[in-house]
Design a protein around this ligand. Structure first.
Ligand SMILES: Nc1ncnc2c1ncn2[C@@H]1O[C@H](COP(=O)(O)OP(=O)(O)O)[C@@H](O)[C@H]1O
Ligand SMILES: [Mg+2]
Length: 426
């Protein structure tokens, strides 16, 4: 029994040991498995974390992208709005009325009483201001800058030109006469009052092209410190009926505003040609412009501080109404320069040039018997160009000889031949 008991005991002990060992082993394996698993999970976790970080940064990027595109969409939308917005009409304020209303004249012609946007301050709207109008209600939505400029566009206002009497060669008698008729009434009107005479209203400069008519007018304006308003006659010839006349009216208004001033109409033959009944509407429009000019001339005081000056090289085709007393009643002829005048003009234009000793201005003047001031200026210029071309330090006689040849023998001088110009007007 004992043995059996011992056996059984030892036997049981054996099995216990084996069991334990087995369990140990299982435990070991299990913990190894767990550890493995844990490591795996940890790895998996870090991978996931990394993935989240990546995705998050992607999300952030996408969000910023979204903001960017939204902004772009907004910009394009507003651009579309802007492109689709109806145009505003342009009008002129005639009068401001009680209760935020104004009387305006639309560009099409009729007058309207309209509202004003509350964004516009009271002081900004005044009679004569140019305003932008809503197309449907014609309400004033904007005040346009400086109303005069667009109206009298094409007109050149030189406050004070840079040309003086010292820049004009010859023409002493013409300068003297201009001073008496234009400058004196502006600077000393009392002298005319004392004697009891009226200075001439308008002065007309006539003579072939390029002899200094425009130059003279500019010089007078500078010496008198007057505002110089220059307009070329052809610019008064407008496309629409009544436009030319309106321009003339506005020029005179502007001149009064900026007085003392000189209105200079260059190439006046464009509107002042003899009225012939050809009957085309374009001619009638030109005549209407001329009539407005005559009316304006009749309407202003010769002793006032606005002087009228005009120039033309075709005074033979001018309408006699323009030359009547009380209109352009003083005519000053600006002739082709004489020998002495040519020397003078050459001296003026070579003032700033490096000239070699062998150049004689007198000899040059003798070689250019029928050159105008503009021709002489061109000759001096061309001579300078030759000197530059050949790399000289000074302009030499041969440069001038070449220049004379180039300028005076150019075939492109038809405007000086009277027979050609008459063909143009025939
Ligand atoms: N008497 C002159 N003295 C100096 N330069 C002159 C003279 N005449 C003409 N010129 C030159 O010729 C250019 C054209 O003259 P301009 O006065 O425009 O002629 P126009 O008689 O056709 O109006 C002037 O800019 C000037 O440089
Ligand atoms: Mg001219």
């Amino acid at each position: 029994m004992g043995t059996s008991g011992a056996f059984s005991k030892s036997d049981r002990g054996d099995t216990n040991e084996i069991d334990l060992k087995k369990k140990d082993k299982e435990c070991d394996e299990f913990s190894k498995y767990l550890l493995d698993r844990m490591r795996q999970l940890e790895e998996y976790n870090t991978r996931l974390k990394e993935e989240t970080r990546k995705i998050e940064s992607e999300k952030k990027f996408a969000e910023s992208q979204k903001v960017k595109y939204e902004r772009e969409v907004r910009r394009l939308r507003s651009e579309i709005e802007r492109m689709k917005a109806p145009p505003l009409l342009v009008g002129t304020v005639i009068e401001t009325l009680e209760g935020d209303k104004v009387l305006i004249k639309s560009s099409a012609g009729p007058h309207f009483v309209v509202n004003v946007s509350t964004f516009i301050k009271k002081g900004e709207i005044y009679p004569g201001a140019q305003v932008a109008l809503n197309q449907q209600s014609l309400a004033v939505v904007n005040v346009l800058p400086s109303p005069k400029d667009p109206l009298v566009h094409g007109m050149e206002i030189i406050e004070t030109p840079t040309v003086g009497y010292e820049d004009i060669g010859g023409l002493e008698t013409q300068i003297e006469e201009l001073r008496e008729t234009v400058e004196l009434p502006l600077v000393a009107p009392e002298r005319f009052e004392r004697i009891g005479i009226e200075p001439p209203k308008g002065v007309l400069l006539i003579g072939p092209p390029g002899c200094g008519k425009t130059l003279l007018a500019k010089a007078v304006a500078r010496e008198t410190n007057a505002t110089f308003i220059r307009i070329v006659g052809s610019e008064l010839v407008q496309k629409y009926i009544g436009e030319g006349a309106r321009l003339v009216r506005e020029i005179f208004l502007l001149a009064k505003e900026k007085a003392p001033s000189i209105i200079f109409i260059d190439e006046i033959d464009a509107i002042g040609a003899k009225r012939i009944d050809t009957g085309t509407s374009g001619d009638r429009e030109v005549q209407r412009t001329l009539m407005q000019l005559l009316a304006e001339m009749d309407g202003f005081d010769p002793r006032g501080d606005v002087k009228l000056l005009a120039a033309t090289n075709r005074h033979d085709i001018l309408d006699p109404a323009l030359l009547r007393p009380g209109r352009f009643d003083r005519i000053i002829t600006v002739p082709v320069p004489t020998f002495d005048a040519r020397v003078d003009i050459l001296r003026i234009h070579t003032r700033k040039m490096q000239i070699a000793e062998d150049v004689s201005l007198e000899r040059l003047a003798a070689l250019t018997p029928d050159a105008t001031g503009a021709d002489l200026k061109a000759i001096v210029m061309e001579a300078g160009m030759f000197a530059v071309k050949y790399g000289r330090d000074k302009v030499e006689w041969r440069d001038f000889e070449r220049a004379i040849d180039k300028v005076m023998n150019a075939s492109s001088r038809p405007s000086l031949q009277p027979k050609d110009s008459s063909v143009m007007f025939a």
